[in-house]
Design a protein around this ligand. Structure first.
Ligand code: HEM
Length: 150
């Protein structure tokens, strides 16, 4: 069960990375290009929200099953001095939960926008912020906390 969830969580990362980049680029093009906010724009933001919330659920389940998190939480003080244990015990969950909250807020704020320009501007700012936060907490193969691609 743990391994299956970890694989699913790993795979869903790619959907989120692609959707985030897509949503940010589309929002900036819409904002600066003074475009109309269409049903397609709403769909990208909706798919991003759904995959982010699904990832949050899987992540929460993993958090209570993960051996590395268990080690981190068993000696929290010691774990804070170890970059790998600190990452899995605190940094990953905190950055991702905040990032997903910003995506959610961005979608709500964009929906409340009265003009297409406001919708695009709000999406662009919130989603870019979430992207920076989420990308900084992904254990990329080239990062200090590296994990394999698959
Ligand atoms: C956009 C959100 C997220 C992304 C892109 C993401 C990405 C990843 C990636 C790429 C891995 C490594 C998977 C592997 O080694 O096969 C991972 C592991 C993990 N993530 Fe996330 N994650 C996200 C959100 C969350 C959240 C919200 C939580 C907790 C609530 C969480 C908890 C975990 C845990 C516990 C592990 C496994 C540690 C282990 O046992 O090795 N993740 N995540």
């Amino acid at each position: 069960m743990y391994t299956g969830m970890l694989h699913l969580h790993n795979l869903l990362r790619y959907a989120i990375v692609i959707l985030l980049i897509w949503a940010v680029v589309k929002s900036f093009i819409g904002w600066f290009g003074k475009k109309e906010y269409t049903a397609a724009d709403n769909k990208v933001s909706l798919f991003l929200l759904i995959s982010a919330h699904l990832q949050l659920l899987i992540g929460l389940v993993l958090y209570f099953m993960s051996p590395v998190v268990e080690t981190a939480l068993s000696d929290f003080g010691g774990a804070m001095k170890d970059p790998v244990l600190r990452f899995w015990g605190v940094e990953h969950i905190a950055s991702m939960v905040i990032g997903i909250a910003i995506i959610t807020l961005g979608r709500i704020m964009a929906k409340k926008g009265k003009t297409d320009a406001t919708k695009f501007r709000r999406q662009a700012i919130y989603f870019l912020l979430a992207m920076v936060l989420i990308f900084s907490a992904i254990p990329w193969p080239w990062s200090a906390i590296s994990r394999a691609w698959f």
